[in-house]
Design a protein around this ligand. Structure first.
Ligand SMILES: Nc1ncnc2c1ncn2[C@@H]1O[C@H](COP(=O)(O)OP(=O)(O)O)[C@@H](O)[C@H]1O
Ligand SMILES: [Mg+2]
Length: 320
């Protein structure tokens, strides 16, 4: 069997809580025990409501944030054991595309400079070779050489995201973590960017960890989907099983709110009551229990484990 490209084991990231009159108010359990495996060439998506810990998970994997606990293996190697210099080298293989390409592109640099920077940082090529690579890359993402002398503000949202993607790909990484890459874009532009990402995946044999709060976007691009709730993965399955046979009550509720092309097959809408609880003070037992339509006594006391439901389909729910 192929080796995973990325394995995340029991990942936790706890931020210090607000300090108040009575002292420190504990910790914010932003990520609280995430397990995830990503195989070469596949697209695994992490979905869940805003605030459930998706971005924190992505940032910990790249060590843009230092995890509190857990293991992150990239090609079998524990990257949390790497020193700064080794991590810098490793980052050539792991790149990120951000949600807001405007905020993440330096407004004072031209697109040419923005795309050449990663090559310079990693000491790749001569100036002439870098120029050639940058010119090739801008065309690969559907822009032209003429765009290289311009500044980020001269571009539309969709074009800026093409530039964000070009910047992530210029080092020919193996893994790309895309954190809500189309959430800031108009719906009409979203499909173009998703199609571009799929074409690039084939062309460069990329592996994607795709982060989104939007189940309809995720359906388009994923091979497998992990559903997160309050810092934990509550269900993970291949796309077909997840969309056709969602098991966790939270996944069912999320899916029931997604518009489907054929209204006759639409599942009855399950309303999620209340807001996402605060990760500074998560509910006991199954953290979903206060909002769960099928909650029983045990759910309030015992934390459910992520258990195998079918081949490749794992769920953490006492009732399933
Ligand atoms: N630097 C931080 N300090 C304290 N809390 C944080 C920090 N970053 C994120 N959080 C909290 O962690 C939780 C998860 O955040 P995030 O990973 O951004 O969620 P998502 O990407 O799913 O919307 C949220 O409650 C958020 O407020
Ligand atoms: Mg986020």
């Amino acid at each position: 069997m192929t080796q995973p490209l990325l394995t995340v084991k029991s990942l936790k990231k706890h931020f210090p809580g607000k300090s108040g009159f009575w002292g420190n108010q504990g910790v914010v359990r932003a990520v609280d025990g995430v397990d995830l495996t990503v195989y070469p060439g596949e697209t695994v998506s992490i979905v869940g409501e805003s605030g459930c810990g998706k971005s924190t998970t992505g940032r910990c994997i790249l060590r843009l944030l230092e995890p509190t606990e857990g293991e992150i293996l990239f090609q079998g190697k524990d990257i949390l054991k790497l020193n700064e210099e080794q991590m810098r080298t490793m980052r050539r293989n792991m790149q990120i595309v951000f949600q807001d390409p405007f905020a993440s592109l330096n407004p004072r640099k031209t697109i040419g400079q923005i795309l050449a920077d990663p090559l310079i940082v990693h000491g790749i090529g001569t100036a002439a070779e870098r120029k050639k690579q940058v010119e090739e890359m801008i065309e690969i993402v559907g822009l032209t050489k003429q765009h290289l002398d311009r500044y980020p503000h001269e571009f539309s949202g969709g074009q800026r995201q093409r530039i964000g993607i070009a910047r992530a790909l210029i080092l020919k990484p193996k893994l790309v973590i895309a954190d809500e890459p189309v959430s800031a874009l108009d719906v009409s532009i979203q499909a173009q960017i998703l199609n571009l990402m799929q074409d690039l995946q084939k062309e460069f044999q990329l592996t994607y960890l795709f982060i989104s709060h939007d189940l309809s976007v995720v359906r388009h691009i994923s091979d497998r989907v992990a559903v997160m709730y309050l810092g934990k993965v509550v269900e993970v399955a291949d796309k077909k099983s997840l969309y056709e046979n969602p098991v966790h009550p939270y996944t069912r509720a999320l899916l029931s709110a997604v518009p489907v092309p054929d209204p006759e097959h639409k599942a009855e809408r399950i309303l999620l009551e209340g807001d996402l609880p605060s990760p500074a003070n998560p509910p006991t037992g199954c953290t979903f229990h206060p909002r769960c339509p099928v909650c029983v006594e045990m759910c309030k006391r015992e934390i459910p484990a992520l258990r195998k439901k079918a081949a490749g389909h794992f769920v953490s729910c006492h009732l399933e």
